[in-house]
Design a protein around this ligand. Structure first.
Ligand code: PGA
Length: 250
C-alpha cells in the first residue's frame, strides 16, 4: 500500500523580513519539482503572510499562521484572528506551540478554543503537544502528551482536516532529539489519544514530529512508524536546509 504523503511544515517563529521571501520562492520551486510527493507549508510571521501568499500564489507550498486569537474580531490589541489569517492568504495555522504554552501561558482549553476559531475560518489547524525535560525524566511524557491531545482537540475536529505535532519541549532549538524508539512510542500514544478523543475517523490525521529536525536526521525520523511529517523551526529559515528535509520525506 502506498504510504500517505508526508507533510513538511516550516515554522519561522519571529524571524523573517521581506528579503526572506527569496527563501520561500526557492523552497516553493523545490516543492514543485517534487510533484506532490510531499506536502509543503511555510508559517512566517503574520506580517509576511499576505506577501508570501502572493509570491506563492501559483505555487505548491501553502502558507500558514503561527497562532490566532479565539475570537473573530474585537478589542484585543495586538492580536490576529483566524479569519484575518485566512483573509491574508493562510490555509493552515500552528496552534498550542510550546513557546505559546510556556511564554504566554496558553492552556489546553484556550488552544481548543483557537482550534474552533481556525476551523470556523476554514483553516487547517496543526495542534502542538509535547513534554518538558522534567516531565520526561519523571516518566510522565506519555501521560502529559495524551492529556494535551485530550484537552486541545475540540469535537468539531472530527470531520475536518487537521494535524497534531509532537514536539518535545527539550528538543526544540537545542539540537537534541529523542531516539527513534522514543519518537515511535509517543507517536503511537498520540494516535491512540486522537482516536480515543475523536473516533476512528481521525485515524488518518497526520502526526508530525518537531524538535531539532535537520537535513541529517530527517530521513530516519520520517521513516519512523506513525510519523506523518515534520514541523521544522531553525532549519526552515534557509532553503538550503529545508529542501533536503523535504526530499527526505519522499
Ligand atoms: P526547531 O523548532 O526545529 O528549531 O527545534 C521546532 C519548532 O519549534 O517547531
Amino acid at each position: 500500500m502506498k504510504q500517505s504523503v508526508k507533510m513538511i511544515v516550516g515554522n519561522w517563529k519571529m524571524h523573517g523580513l521581506g528579503g526572506a521571501l527569496d527563501q520561500a520562492r526557492a523552497i516553493d520551486e523545490a516543492a514543485k519539482a517534487l510533484n506532490g510527493a510531499c506536502r509543503v507549508a511555510l508559517c512566517p510571521p503574520s506580517t509576511l503572510i499576505d506577501r508570501m501568499a502572493t509570491v506563492l500564489r501559483d505555487g505548491e507550498a501553502a502558507v500558514g499562521g503561527q497562532d490566532c486569537h479565539a475570537k473573530p474580531s474585537g478589542a484585543f490589541t495586538g492580536s490576529v484572528s483566524a479569519e484575518m489569517l485566512a483573509d491574508a492568504g493562510a490555509t493552515l495555522v500552528i496552534l498550542g506551540h510550546s513557546e505559546r504554552r510556556s511564554a504566554f501561558g496558553e492552556t489546553d482549553a484556550e488552544v481548543a478554543a483557537k482550534v474552533e476559531a481556525a476551523i470556523a475560518a476554514g483553516l487547517e489547524p496543526i495542534v502542538c503537544v509535547g513534554e518538558t525535560l522534567a516531565q520526561r525524566e519523571a516518566g510522565e511524557a506519555i501521560a502529559v502528551v495524551s492529556a494535551q491531545v485530550e484537552g486541545s482537540l475540540p469535537d468539531s475536529l472530527s470531520e475536518r482536516p487537521f494535524a497534531v505535532a509532537y514536539e518535545p519541549v527539550w528538543a526544540i532549538g537545542t539540537g537534541l532529539t529523542p531516539t527513534l524508539e522514543q519518537i515511535a512510542e509517543v507517536h503511537a500514544a498520540v494516535r491512540a489519544a486522537i482516536v480515543k478523543r475523536l473516533g476512528q475517523g481521525a485515524r488518518t490525521a497526520p502526526i508530525l514530529y518537531g524538535g531539532s529536525v535537520k537535513p541529517d536526521n530527517a530521513r530516519d525520523i520520517l521513516a519512523t512508524p506513525e510519523v506523518g511529517g515534520a514541523l521544522v523551526g531553525g532549519a526552515s529559515l534557509k532553503a538550503a536546509d529545508f529542501i533536503p528535509i523535504m526530499k527526505a520525506a519522499v
